[in-house]
Unconditional design. Structure first.
Ligand code: CTP
Ligand code: MG
Length: 185
């Protein structure tokens, strides 16, 4: 039981790069709109003005950088047998999670645009689940062994799908108050 709780906590810390990437994209974002203003055949924007290269790369790299110590902490603190977690593997995993996070974010915006929702419209789960799921998918694709060692029991995935909407909401309210976002969601 105790080891299961440790595993769950370690996995949550390990996921930090994915969680930091989004708010950091808000800070670095705003330059070089990815879809360059283009519409798809449906007459709607491909991604919209809220998705920029500066946000994508800035948020991913900073997210990995800021989240990496949390990932390391998660592994060394809560995973008893951490010998096989090399520091470089944890760093690369952090990059996978952070890039996965903002790739999922692009995917979510793409779906929102197809549904006719304007930039910044409240997407509810479309604002959150794609980034969580894509982060895990990136880790699974690039670091399969790490994925199964840390998230093999899938409990963290369920927990994160439930708590990120709450975290996301809190962070966006702060971003709104800091005038980084036009709407508090
Ligand atoms: N941002 C960015 N580039 C990204 C992601 C985010 O520049 N790849 C910045 C933008 O300034 C964006 C803000 O972070 O407005 C908030 O991100 P998000 O909520 O994901 O975008 P929205 O503006 O709400 O647009 P969408 O409706 O497409 O989610
Ligand atoms: Mg948004």
């Amino acid at each position: 039981m105790q080891s299961l709780i440790y595993e769950i906590l370690g996995g949550l810390f390990f996921f930090a790069p994915a969680l930091f990437a989004n708010p950091l994209a808000v800070i670095t974002g705003g330059h070089l709109v990815i879809d360059r203003g283009k519409n798809l055949r449906d007459g709607k924007r491909i991604l919209g003005d809220g998705k920029t290269w500066s946000g994508y790369f800035g948020g991913s790299l900073l997210g990995a950088g800021v989240g990496f110590p949390f990932s390391l902490f998660g592994v060394y603190m809560f995973f008893g047998n951490f010998d096989h977690f090399k520091i470089i593997t944890v760093l690369m995993s952090a990059l996978s999670l952070a890039f996965g996070s903002l790739t999922g974010d692009l995917f979510g915006s793409f779906i929102k645009r197809r549904m006719g929702m304007k930039r910044g419209a409240k997407g509810n789960l479309l604002d959150m689940w794609p980034f969580v799921l894509m982060s895990f998918l990136f880790l699974l694709v690039f670091f399969r062994v790490v994925f199964f060692q840390i998230y093999g029991n899938f409990i963290d995935i369920i927990i994160l799908l439930i708590i990120t909407p709450l975290l996301h909401r809190g962070v966006n309210i702060i971003a709104y108050k800091m005038h980084r976002k036009d709407v508090p969601w």
